[in-house]
Design a protein around this ligand. Sequence first.
Ligand code: GLC
Length: 646
Amino acid sequence: MNQTALHRMLALKDLKDLKKVSPQNLFDLRVTTNLPLIKELFYSLYKDPKHDPYFKELLELLPSLFQTRSDELKLHDLHLLKKGNWYQSEKMAGMQLYVDLFNNDLKGIEEKIPYFKTLGINFLHLMPITTRPKGENDGGYAVNSYTAVDRRFGSKKDLLSLTSKLRAEGIYLMLDFVVNHTSDEYPWAKKALQGSAKYQGYYYMYPDRTIPDTFEASLPEVFPATSPGNFTYRKEIDHWVMTVFNSYQWDLNYTNPKVFLEMLSNLVAMINSGVDVVRFDALAFLWKKIGTNSQNLPEAHMLISLFRMCLQTIAPGVIFLAEAIVAPKEIIKYFGEGNREGNECEVAYNASLMALLWNSIATKKTLLLNKTLQNSPPKPQESTWINYVRCHDDIGLGLDDHYISELGWDPWLHRKFLLDYYCQGLDWSPAVGYQFMYNPSTGDGRITGSCASLLGLEKAIRIQHTAAIEQAIQKILMLHGIILSYGGIPLIYAGDEIGTLNDYSYLDDDHKKYDSRWVNRPSHSWQTVANLKEKETPSSIIFNGLKHMISLRKKNKVFADANNTILHDPRNPHLFMFERNGKNKEGVLVLANFDEHPQILGVDVLHSLGYIKDGALSDIHTSQKRKLNSGLMEVQPYELLWLVKP
Ligand code: GLC
């Protein structure tokens, strides 16, 4: 039993009648329950006896931070606790968006609540909204503050108004906690630049290259093309500072317990604006150790769990999302392992599924997808995925070379093929994407581009090819249909619901033009939305298709994540097939064809799984019955079926 379940159990009596509840008593109970874990985690990280005073400080910090939480949010926490694992529900459907690009500012987001409701969205990820440097700022991931709302988005008051409206409408909110680094304009960084030893100790700062060079020997580069190396020289103080991401993003030094304490306070201040899910940004990088790649280290996991266990005492309703775009066997660890299971992050990005879907589109085969998923470790019962097709970042080719080789493909050539396919290296490819951080010496590269452009819509519209347009739409709907039916929270990237193409305006902006991720960060076209009802366009077909699938998802309990996503072998290298089953033998079988030709599925598979009744299948996606005339069934190019068990 994880700590959340324990807190729920202990609070059960009070949760029955929330009006009679004493939040303070429950807080005290949570502290008592979590304290042994908090102590163990703290001392595993901060072993030196000189750190004792910080532990004392932490114990005093917890109640004082609890006092900063409003009564309304204290009650909201208990509501969420009472709801159980709400994040696993079939009712969840999310959207990720940039506030300014979507509709100017926070007030603009509030205005669009009806839009979210029309589509069926009840979970929002708003990209960073706090103050940031004026020039380059990595889309706000270089933070000048964890709480001050940047003026372009509105005010603190606007944020509070929005979050209270979202709560009233039953829409969950996720905000980023940029836990790994601050900008070089953050108050601590500024003081460090003025020579303060205290604040220099908040970062990894060195007077010469000795330690940086030792680190570099085993550190990979995140942005090799634009920000090579992991350290930046600052002439103001003649020091080198660790900057794993961009040169203006300074890595926080969590070996200093004071940094943890201050960041815990920042975290609480942030969630006090009414956040339900904390997106723990770049959390794989939290702990650095010479001689390692400083990613996914055991200490990083302890630190995340320490944040989690402390925050849980203060805000038991708030949950954590792991933003760890790492290999499947590493991702799974962010749900917590061993006695930390369920005590780290509740949600993680399903980055493997995302990359494998793109791999399947390019190869028109599902072999690598099936092989990888079949061999991926199971996730804990209380956890869930965020399933997504696109997001604001690049698509990393996080594929397992070993599996690629087992399929008889050369990993290097395979990656080259994918880059060529998506980044205009092959004439016949329908995709219009761009290379991101290509490293000629290793051949490593990532891909940028909007979902629609990568799936062929941009090119098809350009050459006015009706069949190609239709095919691109089919692909967009098929991929989204998969993330809407696979176990977890589907997260749609704003703009994809109306088939938004690449946006090239970033090339005119000196602060953005070197970062091709901006090609997939377009302004939302409200003109397109206004026309959705007028006539049938690619946008309206996509929008209505998604809306339909979201509503189907919400009506079918099997889509709630209870680790009930079961892969089946379709015995055809182009098909993807998985089942969602419920407690009472109900089930939905999802079937997708990644090939441009019709593909054959042996009916015996459907028969043995119990999906045939009176010689027919029933597809809830198209509301059609499909009569079977032989032992073989044809699945059309890029067709998606949601077969319901009779
Ligand atoms: C995360 C964000 C990405 C950002 C990075 C550094 O990976 O998704 O956009 O560049 O963190 O903060």
